[in-house]
Design a protein around this ligand. Sequence first.
Ligand code: TIU
Length: 249
Amino acid sequence: LPKNITIEAKPYAYTFPLSSTALLLIDLQRDFILPSGFGDIQSGTNLSAVTAVVPNCVRILQAFRELELPIFHTREGHLPDLSDCPSSKLNRQASAPGTNHSKVIGDPGKLGRLLVRGEYGHDIVDECRPKLGEVVVDKPGKGAFWNTTLLEELVGWGITHLIVGGVTTECCVTTTVREANDRGFECCKSSETSNEKLGFEISQGIGIIEECTAGYNDNFKAPSLNMIHWSQGLFGFVSTLPNLLKALG
Ligand code: TIU
């Protein structure tokens, strides 16, 4: 394994250690990608963008598996009695005037009860099914760090750098990256910037691969990703699948 890899990215190229890098795939669940799933019902838009992400995530999975690098998958969902569902999620979908969601979390749908653990729709799409040894983190919120063991898992595995993909960009993917930033994951050291010049060590990094994420509103993806890397990497970096695959060799 090469010690460090350099990846072209926005706001600039980074060099980081492959030995402590993991892939984090957010919520590639049937409920967010397939027709009649939670996302289809709630977003009321077409699923072409989130569907198109699946083969790109398969490609990135293959690359990480070939290099035997750690892989983390998340799933958004709830206990059957919804006792772990935050009020912010339950209230939004309650029968307030103007609410037009035909089905809400916990309702029976064609893929099973929506966003309920153990149901068919809650699980990850076949193409991206986790393999033995990969970590699956179940999360009740939008961010993958809230009320989960993700941070402890990453620390336990010695992970300092995260490559992120998944759905949806505007919701769970960028919420997770923002949460990660407050836990020390940020833009990596620039290949042109030595730690001596910075005067401190940047030891944790996070970035999103743009072909590996999408959402339900085509207008949201670019601004969502721009906000991540804007201002010298306010929350993290953004790169592309060809750049990542090139860097991984
Ligand atoms: N509604 C929506 O866009 N997304 C979610 O509720 N969850 C995720 O983004 N995974």
